[in-house]
Design a protein around this ligand. Structure first.
Ligand code: HEM
Length: 310
């Protein structure tokens, strides 16, 4: 096609596009004459991004802590972005599903392998000084982390293991919510009293979580996988990708995190209280949490031994 024909087709397409939006294409074309050329820093918003690292102390390693958490939140967003596309896609095929699973897994692999930035990358004394200014905040209050869980599996798999038998699909959301595994980090089960860390988190996010779980209860990765045709569900590559993701999030990441907590908070055999105030030594271990996104993809033995040798 000649350049002239090409331009004419392009113009027609532009006119069609704006006609559909009930807009005048000529005004938009005229706007192009005056618009600024884009550059890297405006597009990536580097100035805004690099203005978000504000320390509470003068200790240099606090900057490592802040920035690594921010990197995590960005990757959490990338994961949720992919899951959202799976959740809203009609007629999912094996290739699409596997492709998205691989992307999500790669992001979580990166979070897991990079966790040494936390464990080995800060001075222990500095950490224990700046963390005193962070109480009662905790990574426990990461809403995106909770959303990844809600979007990955059915609610029952996130219920505290001790109450799983008493809850099913007919249980109301409020009741199920009160028995999510992570309530154990912030609740005294004898008195029912919640810690400030948990109450503050719920005041900010509970309504949003309930809305989110209502949608994802039927659109999470596990429910979608189970609804795929038998041949797809038996695709070994896909099963491997699902198991890999489950293991990475619920054993590898959890253990990297747990070992980091031990490194900073277990000094000379004495366990320090965490900023979120949980009984973290027990709470954070995968064999206690027994959080498994895709339980039927594991053998009985694997389930029994979940987190035992981690
Ligand atoms: C020196 C680094 C870190 C230490 C010592 C640490 C320690 C802890 C502890 C003790 C808890 C239990 C709740 C509490 O009492 O506060 C916790 C929870 C949590 N932290 Fe961290 N953390 C670190 C880094 C991170 C990073 C980089 C992230 C990424 C966003 C993160 C995300 C979380 C999440 C999501 C929870 C809740 C986990 C669950 O409910 O199983 N933490 N952390």
């Amino acid at each position: 096609m000649s350049d002239q024909n090409n331009n004419a087709t392009l113009l027609q397409d532009i006119q069609k596009k704006y006609a559909l939006l009930d807009q005048d294409a000529e005004t938009h074309l005229e706007g192009l004459l005056h618009s600024k050329p884009i550059n890297y820093w405006d597009y990536v918003q580097t100035d805004a991004l690099l203005s978000l690292q504000n320390q509470r102390t003068v200790l240099p390693d606090e900057m490592v802590f802040i920035m690594y958490h921010q990197v995590n939140e960005l990757l959490f967003k990338m994961i949720l972005w992919e899951i959202d596309q799976v959740a809203h896609k009609k007629d999912i095929c094996a290739v699409f599903f596997s492709d998205k699973m691989m992307r999500i897994s790669r992001y979580f692999d990166m979070l897991t392998s990079s966790f040494t930035i936390m464990k080995d990358g800060m001075d222990v004394d500095q950490y224990n000084k700046f963390r005193a200014t962070l109480t009662p905040a905790s990574g426990f209050q990461s809403a995106q982390y909770r959303k990844i869980e809600f979007a990955s599996t059915e609610l029952i798999n996130l219920i505290d293991n001790r109450f799983r038998d008493t809850i099913d699909r007919n249980t109301d959301y409020e009741h199920a919510f009160e028995h999510l595994y992570w309530q154990a980090a912030g609740k005294n089960y004898k008195t029912g009293k919640k810690s400030y860390t948990l109450t503050d988190f719920e005041n900010r996010y509970k309504d949003e979580f309930i809305r989110f779980t209502k949608f994802y209860n039927t659109h999470n990765l596990w429910t979608i996988f189970k609804s795929l045709p038998k041949a797809v569900k038996e695709n070994q590559k896909l099963i491997d990708a699902m198991r890999h993701y489950d293991y990475t999030v619920n054993i590898k990441w959890v253990m990297a995190h747990y070992n980091t907590a031990n490194h900073y908070l277990n000094i000379g055999g004495e366990t320090a209280e965490a900023t979120g105030g949980s009984e973290w030594v027990k709470y954070m271990h995968p064999k206690y949490q027994r959080r498994i996104f895709f339980p039927e993809l594991w053998t009985t033995k694997e389930l029994e031994e979940w987190g035992e040798n981690a």
